[in-house]
Design a protein around this ligand. Structure first.
Ligand code: PGA
Length: 254
């Protein structure tokens, strides 16, 4: 059975009091039993949010980014080792905003994955096509290559501790979500691509999350798809009631 995961990517939003209030309201508003809920707050609030959820079972926390370097003279960077020293469990790698605005390509993302594994962090590796690739019908090739170019370089053991998030860029923050069928098609594709290289049985155990305008209204139909194991939620993760409804939608699925 694959682990169900609902992740909230807060991006560059909230100040300290808002971050702790948000974490408090959500972790006291629901008792997830079948899924793990992961908060991704901004770096400065990681410790504070971790303290808020310390006694909330099935809540966890991670960082939105990490350095590809081990340590040293890299002003402004945050290493994997720093993150594990404050008990972070997860980290996002390759979010489309990092790829697009900070020029993170396959090589850097591979180095970031390696830093995660060496320091015991579980990465959520994000992939997904821009609108142009979807409109021209090249999305299958595009996402397949994102997977091949980076994840094929991992050992089976490393892949086994990786979570994947499929996030079509045209659906992120746009209110235009992929249909449940489109999400299912791409999740199945990602699994099939991984099976070109890795043991099918192991690939079947990997959680693949959908991201891109998930909200309280569409969560149930997307999460109900066979190969969708949860969501990476941006905008709606900042709204207490919406995020609670999204978690409840996941919990209601058998
Ligand atoms: P969104 O963002 O839910 O606001 O579309 C998703 C993401 O970027 O992870």
């Amino acid at each position: 059975m694959r682990r169900k995961i609902i992740a909230g990517n807060w991006k560059m939003n909230t100040i300290l009091a808002e971050a702790t209030d948000l974490a408090k309201a959500i972790s006291s508003g629901v008792n997830p039993e079948k899924s793990t809920v992961i908060f991704f707050p901004p770096f400065p609030f990681l410790q504070n949010v971790r303290e808020v959820i310390a006694n909330a079972s099935n809540f966890s926390i991670g960082a939105q980014n990490l350095s590809s370097k081990e340590g040293g003279a890299y002003t402004g960077e945050v290493s994997a080792k720093m993150l594990t020293s404050i008990d972070m469990e997860y980290v996002l790698v390759g979010h489309s905003e990092r790829r697009e605005y900070f020029n993170e390509g396959d090589n850097i993302l591979f180095e970031k994955l390696n830093q995660s594994f060496e320091n015991g962090l579980k990465p959520i590796f994000c992939c997904g096509e821009p609108l142009g690739e979807r409109s021209s019908g090249n999305h299958v090739q595009y996402v397949g290559d994102q997977i091949r170019n980076v994840l094929f370089l991992l050992t089976p053991q490393q892949l086994n501790s990786t979570i994947i998030a499929y996030e079509p860029i045209w659906a992120i923050g746009t209110g235009q979500t992929a249909s449940p069928e489109q999400a299912q098609e791409m999740h199945l594709l990602i699994r099939d691509v991984l099976k070109e290289k890795f043991e099918p049985e192991m690939v079947e155990s990997i959680s693949i999350l959908y991201g891109g305008s998930v909200n309280a209204g569409n969560a149930l139909s997307i999460f109900g798809q066979k190969d969708v194991d949860g969501g990476l939620v941006g905008g709606a993760s900042l709204k207490v009631n919406d995020f609670l409804d999204i978690i409840k939608a996941m919990e209601s699925i058998g």
